[in-house]
Design a protein around this ligand. Structure first.
Ligand SMILES: Nc1ncnc2c1ncn2[C@@H]1O[C@H](COP(=O)(O)OP(=O)(O)OP(=O)(O)O)[C@@H](O)[C@H]1O
Ligand SMILES: [Mg+2]
Length: 392
């Protein structure tokens, strides 16, 4: 046996972790640190290197509202379980009193209502989204700073031992769960650091975290977030966390990319909901700016973006479908009209074969299985020019 002395690269991840990372990067904008931490923990789980007798990972997500804390959990569930709704959400503010804790763990035998209560955190509930190949649960505790002492103790047990004891003494095993906790704690101080005047990132469109200045600022913001958490939460809680991630306030460039992702999801919905009525749309820059003005702001990040898209784009579009003004194979252009501000819907083309439509939409969209050519799902060469011509 010769000595090899070969340098190895521990920063490289395996293929499955890489797939998760690239899926998350398509859905989550500007929160690379959070993506990295989730991927690292997943990689440890895949290789069996997670600490035994604990959840797979315990994460605390801090940072401003509408910055993607909840979305990244849903996106991870979407990537691993193919279901963004496979997340068990506990809103800590709703479990302030002891009878409310019973909703989570059930009441002890003999207590009134013992038989009727189905604890929200039973093993069946925790495991309900497991698939044949993926046995991971996603549990999200929102607004943990609002948790009562009783809930807090329960949480500490889960984080530390990966088990929870129900009212009737049954044990629930969390060792196959990823535990996420979110809090807006310290968000105000963090925003003030980022832009003391606006309480938000500057208006000039640029990528976050690119220059050395940005990195310094990001580190400072992250530090202030973690310090706020240390002031509020006990050391025994902080010590049980695998990772504290401070989400960054989103700037204009990030919000614009999020809008594109959301518009893609609407396009995907059109393809999925009625393959035989599929049409495509693209929004002009001014239309997008209008949607951004209506759906995002300094205080709420991207929180209201979806709602603005539903109200201003999806609802009118569904009227157009219902009245058959829009039919299968149509190509809609969405433009902006002033005074009063509104969206304009124009039919650019009609009778497009599904193949052509597929070429015109973003390549992240998967066509429904029903969309077959000669009995086989078709693949189209998605050229750069086709992608560029989209949404204009
Ligand atoms: N970084 C991001 N990448 C992609 N989409 C985002 C991002 N941040 C926000 N969004 C969009 O905005 C919506 C609201 O974000 P989300 O629910 O994740 O906010 P949050 O950080 O959990 O806020 P809160 O603290 O109020 O719960 C998401 O559903 C998503 O559509
Ligand atoms: Mg949230």
């Amino acid at each position: 046996m010769g000595r090899l002395n070969m340098a190895l690269d521990p920063s490289k991840t395996g293929r499955e972790a890489e797939t998760l990372e690239s899926s998350l990067r398509k859905l989550i904008v500007g929160q690379d640190e959070a993506i990295q931490q989730i991927v690292n923990i997943y990689q440890m789980n895949l290789t069996g290197m997670s600490a035994p007798g604990r959840p797979i990972g315990n994460f605390l997500f801090l940072g401003p509202t509408g910055s993607g804390k909840t979305r990244i959990v849903e996106a991870t569930a979407e990537a691993l379980l193919k279901n963004p709704r496979a997340v068990i959400k506990i809103d800590c503010a709703e479990f302030q009193h002891s009878h409310e804790i019973a909703k989570l763990i059930g009441s002890p035998p003999g207590y009134l209502g013992h038989r009727e209560t189905h604890p929200l955190l039973s093993q069946e509930v925790i495991n309900q989204h497991h698939t044949d190949t993926m046995k991971i649960s996603f549990v999200l505790f929102d607004e943990i700073e609002k948790a009562s002492d009783a809930l807090w103790n329960l949480l500490l047990g889960i984080l530390d031992k990966g088990t929870l004891t129900l009212g009737d003494n049954r044990k629930v095993d969390f060792s196959r769960a990823l535990i996420f906790m979110t809090s807006n704690l310290g968000a105000a101080e963090m925003s003030a650091l980022v832009s003391p005047k606006l309480g938000f990132r500057g208006a000039e469109p640029k990528e976050a975290g690119t220059g050395p200045q940005d990195e310094k600022l990001n580190a400072k913001v992250a530090k202030s977030g973690v310090e706020a958490a240390r002031r509020k939460f006990t050391p025994e809680f902080m010590n049980r966390l695998d990772k504290v991630v401070v989400f960054k306030p989103l700037g204009d460039a990030e919000l614009k990319r999020i809008l594109d992702i959301e518009l893609n999801m609407v396009q995907q919905r059109i393809f999925n909901s009625s393959p035989d009525r599929a049409f495509i749309f693209h929004a002009s820059d001014t239309a997008k700016q209008y949607l951004l003005r209506e759906g995002t702001d300094v205080k709420y990040g991207a929180r209201h973006l979806k709602r603005a898209i539903e109200r201003l784009l999806v609802q009118p579009m569904s009227n157009l479908i219902a009245t058959e003004q829009v039919r299968a194979g149509d190509w809609l252009k969405i433009d902006f009209g002033a005074a009063p501000e509104h969206l304009i819907f124009l039919k650019e083309a009609e009778g497009l074969p599904i193949r052509t439509m597929a070429e015109l939409v973003d390549n992240s969209i998967t066509l429904p299985v029903q969309t077959m050519v000669n009995g086989a799902p078709f693949e189209t060469p998605r050229t750069q020019s086709a992608k560029n011509s989209r949404r204009g």
